[in-house]
Write a protein that binds this ligand. Structure first.
Ligand code: F0G
Length: 379
């Protein structure tokens, strides 16, 4: 492949659809272009005729979908002359902000709930050199503090309340449409702050708009020269959002005071994109549902064991929820379903090891007979 065609990240790939111009210095790490993997074994166990794909966002540079938004948010922050970014985070945003700030040569301030973020994410923020503020409080409190401090301090917020984040994240929908040749029938995501479900809807809507049907929101950036023209049917998916039961404001109809779940990434009681997410459900004919922690962990394990795909607990809410809705017929047979796996399983080794107490693991002497015996015992 000639050097100039090398994949260099989603901003260059979708430049026509993003708020950048020819002079913009892009802060990128080769994010996006993640695999859309068709599940082979799980659909068989469901006994239903459905096509399930997972969009493995855990293969982004810092291991989560946040990188899609962060490349745009930090690019824009730098373009505006900002020397520092700030975010509240359940872990992944802090890792991503820290990495892109490092790449840009600016400072990242991150507020994280003490003791409630997965070890891998903390390690990332530390390694990338962020200034880490562990707060004795939760994500929602951190978010309020970040919004207040940014009113006066010279820092740019890079949480998903920053519209550039959603612009970057909408490209996941573009990639899915390009690969399937159309939008899926159902798109299932874990929901925390609700930025990602909103961003996907923007992406799908821009494609639908440019294909000439169902025009709801025109693309603001492509001046009519859209790469999707004619490539898609114009339809958009039904958007389904899954939350953890202990942290499910969309199911309770309002903020949850003290959210709690093993899926720490979505331990959020007061989603910032509250209204946008309801609009997505209304426009797409979708719904929200909730999963117990045990169901989330079961789905995470099943995906690892049956398909060889290791995602973090929050991500597994999408596949766990989709499986339930396929079984009960809410997602009908014949459907094409995409589940977003938002983060990499390696982010949270503690939770993984905790639920593998029955792993097939023996400790043996370093000698041939012991190895042979161990193999025979397991066959
Ligand atoms: N999955 C993972 C792995 C996440 O890290 C998040 C959010 C979500 C799902 C939910 O996405 O907020 O757009 O609805 N994590 C944020 C963070 C809040 O700070 O890393 P959302």
């Amino acid at each position: 492949m000639p050097f100039r065609d090398r994949y260099t990240g989603l901003v260059n790939r979708y430049r026509d659809h993003l708020p950048v111009n020819d002079d913009t210095r892009i802060i990128g790490l080769g994010e996006g272009n993640t695999p859309l993997i068709r599940l082979k074994n799980i659909p068989r166990t469901l006994g239903k005729d459905v096509d399930i794909y997972v969009k493995y966002e855990g293969l982004n540079p810092t291991g989560s979908f946040k990188d899609r938004g962060m490349t745009m948010a930090v690019t824009h922050a730098v373009d505006e002359g900002s020397n520092a970014v700030i975010c509240a985070s359940t872990g992944n945003t802090s890792a991503s902000a820290a990495a892109y700030a490092a790449r840009a040569g600016i400072t990242a301030f991150v507020l994280i709930p003490e003791g409630k973020i997965a070890m891998g994410k903390l390690a990332q923020a530390m390694m990338y050199g962020a200034v880490i503020m562990q707060i004795r409080g939760n994500f929602d409190q951190g978010m309020e503090l970040v919004k207040q401090v940014a009113e006066t301090a010279p820092v740019t917020i890079v949480n998903s309340v920053n519209p550039y984040r959603l612009q970057g994240q909408k490209t996941a929908a573009f990639e899915i449409i390009e690969e399937l040749g159309r939008a899926p029938d159902y798109h299932c995501l874990p929901v925390g702050n609700a930025g990602n479900i909103t961003a996907h809807w923007i992406g799908y809507s821009e494609c639908a708009a440019t294909s000439g049907k169902e025009v709801t929101r025109a693309c603001n950036f492509c001046s009519g020269q859209c790469r999707f023209a004619g490539a898609v049917t114009g339809s958009r998916p039904v958007m389904v959002g899954y939350q953890a039961s202990g942290s499910a404001p969309f199911l309770r109809g309002g903020p949850v005071e003290d959210p709690d779940t093993v899926a720490t990434a979505i331990r959020i009681g007061n989603p910032q994109s509250w209204q946008q997410a309801w609009t997505v459900q209304e426009e797409s004919g979708g719904w929200f549902d909730e999963l117990e922690d045990s169901e989330i962990l079961q789905a995470q394990k099943l995906l690892s064991e049956k398909e060889g795909i290791f995602c973090e607990p929050a991500s597994a809410a999408s596949i766990g929820g989709a499986m339930r809705d396929i079984r009960n017929g809410r997602i009908p047979e014949g459907s094409t379903v995409v589940c977003t796996l938002t983060g990499n399983g390696l982010k949270d080794p503690d939770t993984a090891i905790d639920q593998c107490r029955d792993a097939r693991m023996v400790t043996i002497d370093a000698e041939l007979t012991s190895v042979k015996k161990a193999i025979l015992d397991e066959m």
